[in-house]
Structure formats: structure tokens, C-alpha cells
Design a protein around this ligand. Structure first.
Ligand SMILES: *Cc1c(COP(=O)(O)O)cnc(C)c1O
Length: 370
């Protein structure tokens, strides 16, 4: 050994010290071996089982391998032009990131400093909370009310150090959503004092007539920032691409914190091509999800299991025993679900919806374990 081991007590900030690292699931080949299952049906990440739209597949096939040597557009130029056309706002009102996950960090870094806090729910997508905490900021977690975001309690949690309020609409994992009226009422009460982020990762799945169109609200509410992703409906999760949109002055502030060149060229090509879908891909996916929900609800009712089935491509189910035990048993039968204890829903599993024949197999496996 040359030299001393670094003095971690001194080097590591206390807010990093207390954090448990997130352990991602192992690759499929390793899992199949571990659980001695020749097949593995992924129901854990809310991926779109239909796969990417045909135009995106074509763009991926056409990608010239030699382009691997060349840096991509540093700010996803062409994709932003197209997004600007689609939503009728300036291309500069968008920041494209390495998944919507990355843009969460951009927003927090842009607005929070020591002593500040963010507000979100206790049972929602956990990355808002994690990024705030490992950056040294307090995350105020307001309990869900009837499985949905509690607007009154969130407003009550605001103080003069609150910088950002994160709403997941529809919520992952409960599928509950705020209607257009409810979102507007909330934004009116916030009255521009904080940044309000509405994460619309599953917006393309929402079929309810009163589901808000966050992108169109940007013109009315300059403190509103919308997140979208190509990982879910557009099935480009492996390529890591998502974006935020907002008022141009706000986005220009966020841009100062963003990592240029973090979005690879293949992802940019595929996302641009995915936007050329004529609606067929979205419609096919919605039909699959709708039929799958109908089937699953019927079966879960018959089994007497409590579940929450909302607007996303997932359902959360309460089991009469531990979710980690259920996970292991289902894995041995080839079904990989998401345990919900980490989302503060002990004894719950979240299940990504597949086509009915696959769901039939899942229900058979579920029957065996309960
Ligand atoms: C999946 C998901 C995201 C982020 O997805 P990326 O793959 O990073 O684009 C963001 N928010 C919610 C609620 C999600 O479920």
C-alpha cells in the first residue's frame, strides 16, 4: 500500500453517509439461472410489451455503425425542432435528457441550494426524493390520500424554502391522476411561487376525458415544468431518452445545469422517428392495456385480492403476505414483478400489463402462491 486510506468520515457529507445505494435488478440471464426458470416475463418496469413503433425500429436499423465515432447533437437539435412543431411552442422550451430520470436532477440543481426543500408524495416515483436527498436537500413527503396526491396537504407543506413541487400524473405506482380542473386549481393556489413539475411519464396511456394536457398548460402557467419520456409508451427504454418542457425563461435557467452530449445519437434518431407514428402505435398499445386491465380486474375480484388499477400500463395488487416472498415464488415460475415495500406499500406488488394470454399465465402462477 502506498499512502493512507482516505478519511471517509471527513470526506463524505452526512447526507451521503445515510443513503442506501439503489441496487438494480440483475440481468435476465443471471436471474433465470438464480431462479432456475428457463423463461422470464418482465412485469417489473412498466415497459411497453408491444415494443417500439415501426418507424423507430426502422430508424434503429438504418443507423450507420460508423456514426458511433461521432458525437451526437449536444442538445438534440432535430428532436427539439419536431417537439416544438408538435406542441406549438419554441424548440428552446425543451431540454432532452438521458431518460426523464436525468432531467429530474437538472431541475433540482437549477433551483435548490442548501436549506431548501422539495415537496412530493410518500408513495410515488422515488427518484425525485432520492435526487433531492443525495444532493443534500430535504424532501417533504406528503402522504397520499385515497391513493392519490393530496393537493391541500401539499400546499400546507410549502414554506419559504420550498423550491419545487413534484406531481406524478398519473401516479406511479397507483395510477391515480389529477383532472384538468384539479391541476389548474392547484397551480392557481401555488400562484407561481414554486416550480411545479408534472411528471407525465404515462400521459400517453391516460384515456380519461378529464386528464389534463400538461403541455398546453405551459403557456398559462410559467412555473409549470412537464416531464415526458420515450421509455414507456414509445418503448425506447434501453436507449435512455426523455425530456422536460416549460416556459422558456425557466428552461433557460435549467439549461445551465444540464449535461450536454448525454443523449446518444441512436436514441435521438429513434425518438424522432417514434414521433412520426400516426397514432397507430399508441392506439394498439391502449387496446392491449385496456383488455389486459379488464381481464385482470375480473380475475383479481374472483381471487378476492385488493388492487388499484388506474391510468397507467400497470396494476398494484395487495397480497396476504410479504411482497418479497411473492417475488421469489413468482420468479421461480418465470414472472418478474416489482415489489412495493420500497415504495412504502408493504405486501403489494406492481404488475406491468401484458397481452391477455400472458396475463392468464400470470394469474395461474398467482393462484398457486396464495
Ligand atoms: C419510468 C419513469 C420515469 C423515467 O423514465 P426514463 O426511462 O428515465 O425516461 C419518470 N417518471 C416516472 C413516473 C416513471 O415511471
Amino acid at each position: 500500500m502506498s499512502g493512507q486510506f482516505p478519511p471517509l468520515k471527513q470526506l463524505v457529507p452526512p447526507y451521503i453517509h445515510k443513503i442506501e445505494p439503489y441496487i438494480p435488478s440483475k440481468p435476465d440471464d443471471v436471474l433465470k439461472q438464480m431462479y432456475n426458470s428457463p423463461v422470464l416475463c418482465r412485469m417489473n418496469n412498466n415497459e411497453n410489451v408491444i415494443g417500439p413503433p415501426p418507424q423507430a425500429l426502422e430508424a434503429i436499423r438504418r443507423f450507420e455503425p460508423e456514426r458511433a465515432a461521432i458525437y451526437p447533437s449536444g442538445d438534440a437539435y432535430h428532436l427539439r425542432q419536431r417537439l416544438g412543431e408538435i406542441y406549438g411552442i419554441s424548440p428552446d422550451a425543451f431540454i432532452v435528457g438521458n431518460g426523464a430520470n436525468e432531467v429530474i436532477a437538472f431541475v433540482i440543481k437549477a433551483f435548490c441550494q442548501q436549506g431548501d426543500n422539495i415537496i412530493t408524495a410518500d408513495k410515488t416515483f422515488a427518484v425525485y426524493e432520492w435526487v433531492a436527498e443525495f444532493s443534500g436537500f430535504e424532501s417533504r413527503l406528503v402522504p397520499l390520500k385515497e391513493y392519490g396526491f393530496d393537493d391541500e396537504a401539499m400546499l400546507a407543506a410549502v414554506d419559504d424554502r420550498t423550491k419545487i413541487i413534484f406531481i406524478c400524473n398519473p401516479n406511479n405506482p397507483t395510477g391515480t391522476y389529477w383532472s384538468d380542473t384539479r391541476l389548474r386549481a392547484f397551480l392557481d393556489k401555488v400562484n407561481g411561487r414554486q416550480i411545479v413539475v408534472v411528471d407525465e411519464a404515462y400521459a400517453e396511456f391516460a384515456e380519461a376525458a378529464d386528464f389534463p394536457d400538461g403541455m398546453s398548460l405551459i403557456k398559462e402557467y410559467p412555473n409549470l415544468v412537464i416531464f415526458r419520456t420515450f421509455s414507456k409508451m414509445y418503448a425506447l427504454a434501453a436507449l435512455r431518452i426523455g425530456y422536460l418542457a416549460g416556459n422558456i425563461d425557466i428552461v433557460n435557467v435549467i439549461r445551465r445545469t444540464c449535461i450536454v452530449y448525454s443523449v446518444n445519437a441512436l436514441a435521438q434518431d429513434a425518438a424522432l422517428a417514434a414521433l412520426a407514428d400516426d397514432g397507430g402505435h399508441v392506439a394498439r398499445t391502449r387496446v392491449l392495456v385496456r383488455e389486459s386491465k379488464e381481464y385482470l380486474k375480473q380475475e383479481l375480484d374472483a381471487l378476492g385480492l385488493h388492487y388499484i388499477c388506474g391510468e397507467g400500463n400497470y396494476v398494484i395488487i395487495r397480497l396476504p403476505f410479504s411482497d418479497t416472498l411473492a417475488y421469489r415464488k413468482l420468479m421461480r415460475m418465470g414472472y418478474m414483478v416489482r415489489t412495493m415495500t420500497g415504495f412504502r406499500f408493504p405486501n403489494h406488488i406492481r404488475v406491468t400489463l401484458h397481452a391477455v394470454p400472458v396475463m392468464e399465465g400470470f394469474i395461474r402462477a398467482l393462484r398457486k402462491i396464495i
